[in-house]
Design a protein. Structure first.
Length: 237
């Protein structure tokens, strides 16, 4: 079972199996790749997040006969009938999760305050925003200006430290700003700390991107299944 593919949306699938079958929690947990306590929490309606059930029969991941085998024998390991198809991300603007979009104004305010040499085009590309939003924050005409607090966009997860440094360096060079050379005694220490921060930021960005890709894949699959289900319900018998 360790090498068997897992459902595309494991939590949603587990929720459906809990609600619609007589399978044991152990069977559902093993099939979905979850901890048994997660399944128990779903059954008791104690889970922190509520999931909309996803029918693995409709998705082709299970058959009714396979579920019947499991219900008849609690030690039976459910077999995946058809592994989910991975959803590849298409080229385009960097996706920003809804939970992070509200942080963009804070990141823009930080850049305007700390790096006035950056152009609106550079800020727009780095953060993924519009010039209208940038101007509204600069002019303090933004609808939520009273709640905007300048925060480092790297800390907010809107860009990596390396991306920010590259844009700042380019903007400074274009503006004719010479960066002061660090003292010789501090060079090695500052370079080491900067490298560590860059590696941390890159790792965090990679983890964030992987998480976003998984969320997008689950959302796309759910939408596809929903449309297929609606098409089936609306088709003439």
């Amino acid at each position: 079972m360790a090498d068997q593919a897992k459902p595309l949306m494991p939590h949603a699938t587990a929720t459906w199996l809990v609600d619609h079958t007589g399978l044991s929690f152990e069977q559902i947990a093993a099939f979905c790749g979850l901890h048994i306590l997660e399944v128990q929490a779903m059954a008791d309606d104690l889970a922190g997040s509520k999931y909309t059930g996803r029918d693995p029969l409709h998705a082709g991941e299970l058959t009714q006969d396979e579920i019947a085998k499991g219900e008849a024998d609690s030690s039976y390991d459910l077999k995946m009938q058809r592994a989910p198809v991975a959803v590849n991300r298409t080229k385009g603007p960097r996706y920003t999760p809804v939970s992070k979009r509200q942080d963009k104004p804070d990141g823009i305010a930080w850049l305007l305050r700390n790096h006035p040499e950056m152009s609106d085009a550079q800020i727009s590309k780095l953060i993924g925003t519009t010039r209208n939003t940038i101007n509204a924050i600069r002019d303090r005409t933004h609808w939520n200006i009273q709640n905007i607090q300048a925060k480092d966009p790297v800390t907010l997860g809107l860009c990596s430290q390396r991306e920010l440094d590259a844009v700042v360096s380019k903007a400074a060079k274009k503006a004719g700003i010479e960066e002061s050379a660090p003292a010789a005694s501090d060079t090695n220490t500052s370079d080491k700390e900067k490298l560590i921060e860059e590696l941390r930021a890159e790792r965090a960005a990679a983890e964030k991107e992987a998480s976003e890709a998984a969320q997008e894949a689950e959302a796309a699959a759910w939408l596809e299944n929903k449309r297929a289900q609606e098409a089936g319900e609306n088709s003439p018998e």
